[in-house]
Design a protein around this ligand. Structure first.
Ligand code: ZN
Length: 263
């Protein structure tokens, strides 16, 4: 059994963002309409993780996981109302240093208008799952151990304090992880983590490397249907090999730079 795990970023019109990952509100509504018409039921990442750990029998007939990375404000304005209209839920992975009113915890440069604490709480109360996406959106596989631990512990603690509930899920920024990152995530108290793989979640997946499929501006409804129904393998073969090639470049770079700096 394969379960599509969709990864979104912004839901915004072309004139409002230059990001090629931004899906327009119209396309997003069409995609959710497709999922509803095809009989899909959304499950959370936590439900996906427990299903993969052996509770497959409790899944709905056509499960799908909808996730959003970074914590853009348009999740609240453009995605949440459409999700609720269709009776769907989603998971939002929030970079805590980017939260609009992060105050003294502000870190890094926000890539756009980001969610505020009240909007994150409202999403949680509406049934959305909130997960962590590191504190500063760092490339976790490039960090020295103490910094890596801080990134993961800080974002989890801030979200748990701010929401008053456990936050067991993580998504690696850029999808970058390695065995060390996954181990530290486990030690930091996370129960599961999402990567980016362009292959779908299946029973043999590592709970700390759940694959997701990127939905981008150029994703047509036909392609979306192919992804949702599990026939995406051929479509993304090229994409996947590019990812692998780049991972090799990054590992080499880490060897050349990180080790010599004692990272
Ligand atoms: Zn991100």
């Amino acid at each position: 059994m394969k379960i599509p795990v969709l990864m979104y970023h912004e839901i915004a019109c072309r004139q409002d963002t230059a990001s090629r990952l931004a899906v327009t509100p119209d396309a997003f509504a069409s995609q959710l309409g497709y999922l509803r018409d095809e009989g899909f039921t959304t499950i959370s990442v936590a439900e996906l993780a427990s299903a993969l750990a052996g509770e497959l029998g409790r899944l709905p007939k056509r499960p799908v996981v909808i996730t959003f990375d970074d914590g853009f404000a348009d999740f609240h304005g453009a995605a949440l109302p459409v999700l609720l209209r269709y009776g769907f839920s989603a998971t939002v992975f929030v970079t805590t240093g980017w939260i609009a009113d992060a105050g003294p915890h502000t870190a890094g440069i926000r890539p756009g208008r980001m969610l505020s604490w009240s909007q994150i709480r409202e999403a949680a109360e509406a049934g959305m799952e909130i997960g962590a996406h590191s504190h500063t959106h760092a490339q976790l596989d490039q960090l020295r151990p103490g910094t890596l631990r801080d990134e993961l512990v800080t974002s989890k603690a801030l979200l748990e304090d701010g929401l008053g509930r456990a936050v067991p899920g993580l998504a690696y920024p850029y999808g970058y992880s390695n065995a060390r990152v996954r181990r530290v995530a486990h030690e930091a108290g996370y129960a599961h983590a999402c990567a980016v793989g362009n292959i779908m979640a299946g029973p043999r997946q590592d709970a700390f490397a759940l694959s997701r499929v990127t939905i981008r501006r150029s994703t047509s409804l036909a392609t979306f249907g192919t992804i949702a129904s599990g026939r995406e393998a051929v479509l993304f073969l090229k994409d996947r090999s590019l990812t692998k090639g780049y991972a090799l470049v990054r590992r080499t770079r880490a060897l050349l730079t990180g080790v010599s700096r004692g990272a």
